[in-house]
Design a protein around this ligand. Structure first.
Ligand code: IPD
Ligand code: CA
Ligand code: CA
Length: 282
């Protein structure tokens, strides 16, 4: 890659996610203000915005020419280097006091994730990636072993209530096939941390149908750098680097045909125009 040094980008990404570890750990399981955004399932707390502000300030100081796109405060990706921030990925778990959430920061250069950090402040685990590998607390993660879907554990939040509103019968059928195919299917709540867990070999596959760039830009790079397979669908077909969403899947090396075809089917259903004004695509 030409342009910014990947080492410096990774250094900024890890510094940014670490900078908010203390405030999120203290806020976790404490009384907090919680509001809803699109609907009652889409939550935001005072800690989401506060953490994003700290991260923006740190990145803006180091990379004044870059654009920053964050879940809570927005931004337009119109520079060569773009930073994607999710200050709390897994807000519903955070609100509930369930320790499966993360802070996610990715540096994207010319449309491709170049460096990434995903931090679990409760476990104090910092996952990061550069152009050479993926790391956990600074130590290189080994290449993922091959494992087929019958011997694999899948994490997915699919289908959610909005998906069911779009095509209940088909989506429940697809979910049933995943349950029948995989050794286990778990529904836990941070796309970024789920991808980090695939990179670390703690889960074997992950599928999502409602994500935004800040959810998966960092985690997708972690999986790829650990030797896993990642595919992201946006408006076009799948690519191995696409993070625009809303559909993506990732897995360790091996045959995951049911997962891949499920993601493909969800993508083709989701890109059909909706007929009901109450329905939305995320
Ligand atoms: C959500 C999480 C979840 C995914 C949702 C995201 P948030 O992000 O990543 O795993 O299924 O689509 O919106 O709202 O907790 O930052
Ligand atoms: Ca998120
Ligand atoms: Ca979030």
């Amino acid at each position: 890659m030409t342009g910014p040094s990947v080492d410096e980008l990774r250094d900024t990404a890890t510094a940014a996610v670490s900078a908010v570890g203390g405030q999120l750990s203290s806020g976790f399981r404490s009384p907090m203000r919680v509001d809803s955004k699109c609907d009652a399932r889409d939550l935001v707390t005072e800690h989401d915005t506060a953490a994003e502000l700290v991260i923006r300030e740190l990145i803006g100081r180091r990379w004044p020419e870059a654009t920053i796109v964050g879940e809570e405060l927005g931004g337009t990706p119109d520079t060569e280097l773009v930073w994607y921030i999710d200050p709390i990925d897994g807000t519903s778990a955070f609100v509930q006091g369930l320790a499966f959430f993360s802070v996610s920061v990715a540096a994207v250069v010319n449309g491709e994730p170049a460096a990434a950090a995903v931090y679990d402040p409760i476990a104090d685990e910092l996952f990061s990636a550069d152009d050479e590998g993926a790391y956990l607390n600074g130590r290189r993660l080994p290449s993922l072993p091959e494992r087929n879907e019958q011997e694999s554990d899948l994490i997915t939040g699919f289908p959610n209530a909005r998906n069911l509103d779009e095509n209940r019968e088909k989506y429940l059928d697809l979910f049933g096939s995943l349950v029948e195919t995989y050794r286990s299917v778990r529904r836990i709540s941070s796309a970024a941390l789920s991808l980090a867990y695939v990179a670390a070999g703690r889960a074997d596959a992950v599928l999502g149908a409602n994500v935004r760039p800040w959810d998966i830009a960092a985690g997708s790079l972690l999986v790829r750098r650990a030797g896993g397979k990642y595919r992201g669908w946006d408006t076009g077909g799948p690519t191995t680097i696409g993070f625009e969403g809303p559909v993506y899947c990732a897995h360790c090396p091996g045959d995951h045909t049911v997962l891949d075809s499920t993601a493909e089917t969800i993508h083709s259903i989701r890109r059909q125009p909706t007929t009901s004004p109450g329905r939305h695509k995320r």
